[in-house]
Design a protein around this ligand. Sequence first.
Ligand code: FAD
Length: 490
Amino acid sequence: MADPIRAADVVVVGGGSSGCVVAARLSEDPGRSVLLLESGPGYRSALDCPVLDYRTLPVGPGSAFAQTYGVELAPSVPSAMVRGHVLGGSGAVNGAYFVRGTEADFRHWPASWSYGNVLPTFRALERDADFDDPRHGTTGPMPVRRQPAEQLSEISAAFRAAALGAGHPEEPDKNGAGTGGIGPVPLNVDGGRRVSTALAYLLPASERPNLTIEANSDVVRILFSGHETVGVEVESGGTRRTVRAGRVVLAAGPVETPVLLMLSGIGPAEHLRDNDIDVVLDVPGVGTGFSDHPEVALPYRVRDTLRRSDTSPVVETVLNVDDLEIRPYTAPFDLLVPGSGQPDPVLGIGLMVTESRGDIRLTSGHRRDRPRIEYRYAQSAADRRALREGQAIALDLLRSRELGPLVRPLSVEVSDRSVLAHLGTSLHLCGSCRMGGRADAGAVVDERCNVRGMEGLTIADTSVFPVVPSRGPHATAVMVAERVSTFLGE
Ligand SMILES: Cc1cc2nc3c(=O)[nH]c(=O)nc-3n(C[C@H](O)[C@H](O)[C@H](O)COP(=O)(O)OP(=O)(O)OC[C@H]3O[C@@H](n4cnc5c(N)ncnc54)[C@H](O)[C@@H]3O)c2cc1C
C-alpha cells in the first residue's frame, strides 16, 4: 500500500453530503491536489456501497454507518440523535427527501444568497425527471424524481385524499414556488438506489490523480501558525499523522464541525479555557444558536393491513401548511430504522419555522468525549401553539372520511403535555457556525464561508446556514457546497 499522503493543497474534512461535492469540484482543476478525509467507512464503487436501500434508514442501534449522540430536546426531555458516519455522510443514510429551501427561507440569508442568486445552482445540481422548465435542471449530478400516484403506498394515497378532502391545495412540485399544500416528495433516488453525493459527485471523480480519498480517517485537530491554517492532525488505523495543507475545508457536519473548531482553539474563549484548550481565536458563535425542526409523532393503529408499495421510500407525500409539514411515514419506524423499538406507524408533525435555538458545547478537551447538545424545543408560546395546531390538523386527517376507516389514532390529546410526550427531532440540525455580515457578532463565517479572522479555513456544510430552511436541508447542503467550491476556485 502507498504511504498515506502528508501534504495537499486542500484538505476536505468529512466526506458527507457537502464534503463529497467540494472534493469533486475542487479536484476538477488538475493543478490542485485535494485530500478528502472521512472518519466513517468508505467504498470504491456503487457496487460496494452498503447503504443504497432508500426504503430504510440504516441508523439504528449498533449501526456501522451512524454516530449517536445523547441530546436534550427540551428541559427534562432527553433523547438520542444520529448523524451519518460513512462516505456520503448523513445524505447516505437519510430519507432521500430532496426539497430545496423556499424563496422565503433565503430572505434570512445574506443578500448574496438571495433565492435569485442561488436558483441557478439549484438548477445546475439536479437532473429532474419530472419537470423541465425555467426552475428546473435536467442535466445535473443529483437525480430527482417523484413517486407516481399509482405507485403510492395505501397510507400515502389515503393521506393525500384526506388532505385534498379537507381543502388543502395540491402542490405537484415541492421544488417550485414553495406555496405549500399536499404533493409528492422529490427524491434523490435513481435505479432503485439512494443517490448520495458520494455516488453522484465523488466516485465519478475518484480516479483523478490529484484526488485522494481516505476513509476511516478521523481528523482530531486543525493546525494553525498564528491565525494561518497550516494543516490537520488525523488518526487512522491507530496512528496519528500530520497533513500539511494550504487550505482546510471543514465539512464534518453541523455537530462535528463546531466540535473540531473548539478542540482546535476556535470558539467561545471562556468555554475553551474551561476545557483547558488554548485559545487561538475567540469566536462566540461556534456551536451557538443552531436550529432544527421539532417533530411531534402522532401514532396510530391500522385497522386491517395497509399495503406498502415495493418502491415506496420512507416518506413519499407530505402536506405543508403554514409553518408545518405533516408526513405520513410509509411504515412503522421499526421497519424503517431496524431496531428502533417503535412498532406503531406515525404521522410526523414537523415545525419547519421555529423560534428554538440550541447550543453545542464540549464536555471536555478530549476528542473521544461526546459534546452536550441542547435543542430548547417548544420553549416559546408561538412554537407550542404551532405544534398543537399541527396535532389538531393531523388528528382531523386521521379521523377523516378517507383515513378514518383505515386507521385509529393512539393519542387524541392536543396539548403542551402531549407535544412534550411525543417530541422528537427531524435530524435537520443547521446553523451551528452560521454565516453573516460583520455586524453579526454571532456569525462565524463570512458570505463566502471563510472563517472570520483566520487564513485558509473555510466551512462548507450545513453548519453555515443562517437558519434551518423550512424544508429538509439536504438539497440546500448540496447547493451551498457547490457555491463554496465555486468561490474557492475563483
Ligand atoms: C437519519 C437521517 C435522515 C435524514 N433525512 C433527511 C431527508 O430525507 N431529507 C433531508 O433534506 N435531510 C435529511 N436529513 C438531514 C440531511 O441528511 C443533513 O442535513 C445533511 O446530509 C448534512 O450534510 P452535511 O454535509 O452538513 O453533513 P454530513 O452529511 O453529516 O457529513 C459530515 C461527514 O463528516 C464526517 N466527519 C465528522 N467528523 C469528522 C472528522 N473529525 N474527521 C473526518 N470526518 C468527519 C462524518 O462521518 C460525515 O460523513 C437526515 C439526516 C439523518 C441523520
